[in-house]
Design a protein around this ligand. Structure first.
Ligand SMILES: Cc1cc2nc3c(=O)[nH]c(=O)nc-3n(C[C@H](O)[C@H](O)[C@H](O)COP(=O)(O)OP(=O)(O)OC[C@H]3O[C@@H](n4cnc5c(N)ncnc54)[C@H](O)[C@@H]3O)c2cc1C
Length: 213
């Protein structure tokens, strides 16, 4: 049997009526063990409530404040974005209505038969005009360069000089996305056609090889 140690010996001595001259208040080792366990638990909880819990509370409060500030900041950003969007909508409405007014000028009457779009109903209210704007407005950017061609040393390069996607066998990208930058002319169309023709030749040459993919 394992030696019980000081507390064990003390508890058993208490239970057997030994120890203090006034006799034991503990009637069995099990009750004694329970008493000391409860006492230790009580002391631990008291110390925790004085030392650790306030700190945990402070940390939680700090975190809650940070989250609250984040939410407030994103709400402010959302409100600013909404305001900006409304400004853009207002400017677009004004631009469309100005164009319609200009086209109503007698100077245009000889060359204009009638306005096709937006219709009078679409111009009748801001809400109707907003719906027309959402359906009609589009980007006029030369969308390109999202999947650029470049050497292995360039971490942003997606395809090699043969339009093959690096690290993937048998996959090529052949469109304006592989342009590292927009061609100087400002328009990409002719370059896209050239890319297409060159890529067809690369793919054809690869297919002709016995191991080509
Ligand atoms: C308003 C505007 C004006 C322009 N004016 C000029 C100009 O004057 N001169 C000039 O040189 N360039 C001009 N450009 C640029 C030029 O048109 C583009 O750079 C060029 O067309 C890009 O070619 P692309 O093959 O990469 O993409 P796109 O021409 O956009 O071709 C992509 C094709 O993929 C199809 N597609 C998309 N998703 C899928 C899918 N999941 N599955 C199957 N098919 C799909 C699309 O329907 C589309 O046919 C203009 C561009 C715009 C937007």
């Amino acid at each position: 049997m394992e030696p019980l140690g000081d507390i064990g010996t003390f508890l058993i001595a208490q239970a057997e009526g030994g120890g203090d001259e006034g006799g034991s208040f503990l009637v069995s080792p099990a009750l004694g063990l329970m008493f000391w366990t409860l006492l230790a638990f009580g002391v631990t909880m008291f110390v925790l409530s004085k030392l650790a819990f306030p700190r945990i509370g402070e940390a939680l409060e700090k975190r809650a404040n940070a989250i609250r500030e984040n939410i407030e900041a994103s709400e402010r950003q959302r409100e600013e974005a909404e305001k900006l969007l409304e400004e853009y909508r207002q400017r677009l409405r004004e631009a469309v209505r100005l164009c319609v007014r200009l086209l109503g000028d007698p100077a245009f009457q000889a060359i204009l038969e009638h306005r096709v779009s937006p219709t009078d109903a679409e111009l009748a209210s801001d809400a109707a005009l907003d719906r027309w704007l959402l359906q009609t407005v589009t980007t006029s950017y030369h969308v390109s360069g999202t999947c650029k061609m470049g050497p292995d040393a360039d971490p942003m390069a997606v395809v090699d000089q043969y339009c093959n996607v690096k690290g993937v066998q048998g996959l090529s990208v052949v469109d304006a996305s592989i342009m590292p930058r927009i061609p100087r002319s400002g328009g990409c169309h002719a370059t896209v056609l050239m890319i297409g023709e060159r890529a067809v030749a690369f793919i054809e040459a690869a297919l002709r090889q016995p191991t080509g993919v």
